[in-house]
Design a protein around this ligand. Structure first.
Ligand SMILES: Cc1cc2nc3c(=O)[nH]c(=O)nc-3n(C[C@H](O)[C@H](O)[C@H](O)COP(=O)(O)OP(=O)(O)OC[C@H]3O[C@@H](n4cnc5c(N)ncnc54)[C@H](O)[C@@H]3O)c2cc1C
Length: 436
């Protein structure tokens, strides 16, 4: 590719930004990706649990995730290139969505049926016999550890679980981003790291370029904001404050790492568990450990962050205790370690916890933001949708009046991009949280 001005600049080289670069470059666009950090996937992607599951509560949520799975199962062929660091891989350990009275599974199951997504519906006995490491009893609703009821002896079994065997997690989220960078570069994409965007240049209602932290400018008729937890900062630079019905803001999250006992061997016999009954999700990790994250139960305080460049990256004793003890209640054989290990990073949370994949009121300026702690799995399909959207809108399509419907490359499912609009009404079917 020549060093002439790019057709499109993508702000952010996390997993979704890198996927957008690959999809755009594959369609012949001269792309330039800019990232303030030194390498692809070093932002919030690096802390991701990278769980790939389809247990969403809306049609479009399930459709995107089911389509998204196929990018990971087809990863080497999808990339059409190699990476000197090797390729990330999908570990299909399966997902167990624990049922609760009135729980999330009641929304998920009909959607699986409607889309023909394979699953098993386990009753209480099957849960007990198929997953013997788990205490199959009902402990919910989730409580804080300092609530006496946290330790109450459960008397009722959980009603069962929904099991999907094809889900799991991606081995290395940072490597997956690097894979996408290499695939994009093979199509002519350019990446510049340690380069921060400090201003958005606009003229007559259209974006025309960006100013960088070294004082230089880059001209481009199309810009995509894929800045993760910095999405609102970039939108503000573009003068878009107050122009979108759905906002985004950073939420601090901790994921804890707990060693499993050798007898437990969770690495080989465990699976991803979505446990709304205690308020955590967990999955196996290489080295026979377990990653445990919060499903944001109501009893926990949400830790909103004003400035995504300034938040506490140390693990807090109270959050550690809450999550690890919840996990220990569900897995009675787990020893609770003294040393606190884990990662702390930010979700870029949209008002209804559903991402925004859309154009904006500034012509030429697009957003793939508000990924709300749950869109790693959808990187490939999100990149595809953004590329289709940008091509359509730049070709004259009025996406606001007539929302684009994109056909899934693998499943053929219709993905209604109107449901990811910046101006949608808040979706009451959203779970307003994350199940991993
Ligand atoms: C703790 C945690 C656990 C998660 N677990 C899961 C999970 O299990 N499954 C799942 O599907 N999803 C999960 N997610 C969500 C998922 O990781 C994110 O949705 C996804 O990684 C977001 O990718 P991104 O490319 O949009 O953002 P990021 O990876 O954050 O990338 C944004 C990039 O933009 C750059 N940037 C920002 N501002 C500027 C600027 N001014 N100039 C230049 N560059 C800039 C940053 O440096 C950064 O590299 C989790 C997230 C977290 C934080």
């Amino acid at each position: 590719m020549s060093q002439q001005d790019p057709d499109v600049v993508i702000i952010g080289a996390g997993v979704i930004g890198a996927a957008a670069a690959y999809e755009m470059a594959s369609r012949g666009w001269r792309t330039l990706s800019l990232d303030a950090l030194p390498a692809a996937g070093f932002g919030s992607t690096s802390a991701s649990c990278a769980i790939v599951r389809f247990t969403y509560s809306t049609y479009n949520g399930v459709a995107m995730a089911w389509e998204g799975l196929h990018y990971w199962t087809d990863w080497p062929a999808y990339l059409q290139t190699t990476d000197e660091r090797g390729l990330a891989s999908l570990v299909q350990c399966g997902t167990l969505l624990l049922k609760q009275p009135g729980g999330h599974h009641l929304k998920v199951k009909p959607l699986f049926d409607e889309m023909g997504i394979p699953y098993e519906d386990w009753d209480a006995d099957q849960l007990r016999t198929r997953m013997p490491a788990l205490d199959p009893r009902m402990m919910g609703p989730p409580k804080r550890v300092d609530d006496e009821a946290f330790w109450a002896e459960p008397s009722q079994p959980l009603p069962g679980a929904i099991w999907t065997s094809e889900s799991g997690y991606v081995s290395d989220p940072q490597l997956a981003s690097h894979n996408l960078q290499r695939a994009a570069e093979a199509k002519g994409a350019r990446f510049r790291f340690s380069t921060k965007v400090v201003a958005v240049v606009r003229s007559n209602g259209r974006v025309t370029g960006l100013t960088l932290d070294d004082g230089s400018t880059v001209s481009a008729p199309v810009v995509v904001n894929v800045a993760g937890p910095h999405s609102a900062v970039i939108n503000s630079l573009a003068g878009l404050e107050g122009t979108m019905k759905i906002g985004t803001r950073p939420l601090r999250h901790e994921v804890h790492h707990v060693a499993a006992t050798p007898a437990l061997d969770f690495e080989h016999t465990g699976c991803h568990v979505s446990d709304g009954d205690t308020g955590v999700y967990f999955r196996p990790e290489v080295g026979n450990s377990i990653l445990v994250g919060s499903e944001d139960p109501e009893c926990d305080t949400r830790d909103w962050v004003d400035d995504p460049d300034d938040f506490d990256r140390t693990i807090t004793p109270s959050q550690w205790e809450a999550q690890v003890l919840r996990l220990a209640r569900r897995i009675p054989d787990l020893g609770v370690p003294n040393e606190r290990r884990g990662v702390v990073d930010l979700y870029d949370v949209a008002d209804d916890w559903i991402p925004i994949y859309d154009r904006t009121d500034l012509d030429g300026f697009y957003v793939a933001i508000g990924t709300s702690g749950n869109q790693f799995k959808n990187a490939g399909v999100a990149g595809h949708c953004m590329a289709e959207l940008i091509e359509a809108v730049e070709g004259g399509h009025d996406h606001d009046a007539d929302p684009l419907v994109v056909k899934g490359r693998y499943t053929g499912l219709e993905l209604d991009l109107g449901s990811f609009s910046r101006n949608r009404a808040i979706n009451p079917d959203s779970s307003f949280s994350v199940n991993g």
